[in-house]
Structure formats: structure tokens, C-alpha cells
Design a protein around this ligand. Sequence first.
Ligand SMILES: [Fe+2]
Ligand SMILES: [Fe+2]
Length: 190
Amino acid sequence: MKINPSEHENDVENLRVQALVNLEQGAVTPGYSANLDEVLYYLNEALATELVCVLRYRSHHFMARGIHAKGIAQEFLVHASEELIHADMIAARIVQLGGEPNFSPDGLNARSHVEFTASKTLAEMIRENLIAERIAIDSYRDLIQYLANDDPTTSRMLKEILATEEAHADELADWLDDFPATNVSEIFSK
Ligand SMILES: [Fe+2]
Ligand SMILES: [Fe+2]
């Protein structure tokens, strides 16, 4: 590509003028092409989903019982911490986009795409967590597709979170295999 110096100067000048429009909107410049209200709504749903995951994994960490439980209970805590990191990342991005992260317990379940389940057995816990991870994976994939190229920063963040959810799901599926009496097909035929 050949750069024409006078045209380039005009482009840079235009960027400077644009940057001054709605200066108070911070990171949201006139070039932001996504629908901001919708993005903030979806990000708050993702935040609620992560918060419910934090609560479910923490609950499972403390409630896990049985001979297989020790290592897995410890890993539930690791997952809980990673979900909390995701919640923080999403909340920070909402603020950067000029929105307000919704941490209210009122309506948390309704905003979340996944459910809080206080499962009784370790196999049930693994199953419930795997279901939640798979829902989160599809939700993030949909959101990334929805954003397309309109908000590359949010997209990049969501792709990073998605990669961790896929690793979580993979780990949970491996643990299910370790339960001879409750292998994947048996658990899912319940
Ligand atoms: Fe997460
Ligand atoms: Fe996860």
C-alpha cells in the first residue's frame, strides 16, 4: 500500500477531530460500531453467569464428599477463582464502555444463563458443572459471533474467557470418565 502524505495528514486530522466528539465517553469513540446498549446488556448477563458459577463451584468445593472428592474439591476451588477473574474482567469492560456492572443478588438467577445447583453427590456436581460450562461456552461463542468486528477489545476478552471455559469442560469430562458406575452416557441418560 502506497501512502499519500497529504491524504494521510487529513486522515490523522479527522481522527483528532473525532476523538474530541463526546470526549466524556472515554473508550467509546464515534468509531465504535457495535450497539452499545445491547453489548452492555449481554455483558451483564455474562457477569451474572460468571457470578453464579463462582457460587456453584465454591458450594461444591465445600460440600464434595467421597473417596474421589479431595483432589476434585480442590479443583472446584480453582475453577471458582477463575470464574471470579472472568467476572472481574467483564465488570471492568462494562465500566470501560460507560456502563454499570450489575452485582445485585436481586434477579441474579434470571440474568444468568446457568443455574445454581446444590448437588448431593460428587458425580452430580461434576455433571452440573459440565452442563453449566457447556452453556457458558455456547453463550460466549454466540456473543463473539454477534460482536463480529464491531468491538475487537470485548471480543478478544471473550475469546480468552471462552478458552478457559473449554479447558474447564474438558477437565470435568475427564473426571466423569473416572467414575466407573457413573460414566458420561449413564449420567446423561438420567
Ligand atoms: Fe468463567
Ligand atoms: Fe468455567
